[in-house]
Ligand binder design. Sequence first.
Ligand SMILES: [Fe+2]
Ligand SMILES: [Fe+2]
Length: 369
Amino acid sequence: MNNHVSPVDLADHEPTVEERMAGVSDTTRSALVSTMLTPRFYTTDFEEMDKIHVEPVRAEWDVLIAQMKSDPNRGHFKRNEQWDDIDIDALPDDLREEFIDFLVSSLTSEFSGCVLYKEMKRRGKNQEICELFGYMSRDESRHAGFINDALKEFGIGVNMGFLAKAKKYTFFKPKFIYYATYLSEKIGYARYITIYRHLEKHPDKRFHPIFKWFREWCNDEFSHGEAFSLIIRSDKRLMEGMNKYWIKFFLLAVFATMYVRDHMRPAFHKGLGVDIDDYDMKVFRLTSEISRQCFPLVLDLDNPALHEGFRRMERINRRVMAADAKGGLSGKIAKGFWSAAAAVNFIRMYAIPTKSNTIPATSRLQPVW
Ligand SMILES: [Fe+2]
Ligand SMILES: [Fe+2]
């Protein structure tokens, strides 16, 4: 039992943000920061979610659930002789800082999935959906825990219990959860497998042992994405009509966020020997290809205007950050201006035509990349 009592625990009122922050480490604090670009925590309408009806996708659903139940990665998230000790202080300063930022942001999104799935399992009444979310929260909890162990080795673990309580939750309607989570699972797969394959070819660039765990890891994310694909396919309306506009919105938002966020970590990508533009486009193409299983459209990734849109978004983001760092009234005004420019740029990107896609007869894909 942990007998340590922090000043926060002794407060006889709902602690203020400042009081809460005083009791936590810098790493937990950075995981708590909410901006447009940091991974968020979500909540939804659980009653509405109970109405998912898997009968139209029954055959594929049963196969997927049986596979998740068999828990193929049960023993994977443990350190073994493959885990070489590294001296974090031996890494160049910029690389160390960005790598830690990468770990904290990955942990936050893994843990955010864990919390959301667990909540769905706890509050749902639809047995089949609860079973699925139980398996997925099991996986995400392992992923988050594994990253946290890596951080703890550097003496900077994140207090996840605190994070779950203190982080702001964004409410999303179930259908938005399906689109956003589907995409984040699939893009997570694409990111991890692309890094893993790259490091297979260039093992000298593997500056931390955690990358060795990425292959089995991303197979979990792949299965989670498969589950959301089946949920989307179980209700035709989610792939038609006005919802096509939402799908386009989420595709663009998720890709643009990744592009901007990755460009904020030049030393990390240089350390891996990865060109950020190449890497991001590879990941977008793979995610886009996979998303044909349940999305009636894909972004036109060959259109130079779209590339320019991503690049412009990145430049604008630098301005927003500079204005934010400057502070004061002029900083505020500049931030407002550049945030509006980001919105305008997003609308311009949204206006670029997409390619339509015929949904295949079956959803099932294998993680063969
Ligand atoms: Fe995960
Ligand atoms: Fe996942």
